[in-house]
Write a protein that binds this ligand. Structure first.
Ligand SMILES: [Zn+2]
Length: 102
């Protein structure tokens, strides 16, 4: 079974002007969100973000941030974890010289 916490639905129904440059419009995009948690780099794929089409300013949806915070909170035991932790590089395997077969 694959239980995933649903990302809060977002609607691009309104044109939010960019608060940074004032000329652009924020568009809803799905990006990979990076954050640090206890010294671990957490990556969240398909994270909703508002990105300005002029200056490229990135703002995250408040509900999505709340959802992510709840997801990453160890005390929120009921929340399904969908985050992907950065895998550690596998240690190099020792070489086993094979004896010649007779
Ligand atoms: Zn802008």
């Amino acid at each position: 079974m694959n239980h995933e916490a649903p990302v809060p639905p977002l609607q691009e129904s309104q044109h939010t002007p960019c608060s940074h440059c004032g000329a652009g419009v924020m568009h809803l995009r799905h990006i990979t969100y990076f954050t640090w948690l206890g010294g671990e780099l957490i990556t969240v794929p398909d994270f909703p973000a508002w990105i300005c089409d002029v200056c490229g300013r990135r703002e995250y949806d408040e509900r999505a941030i709340t959802w992510l915070t709840m997801l990453l909170n160890p005390e929120a035991g009921h929340a399904a974890r969908r985050v992907k932790r950065t895998p550690r590089p596998a240690p190099p395997k020792g070489t086993h010289p094979s004896p010649p077969l007779e």
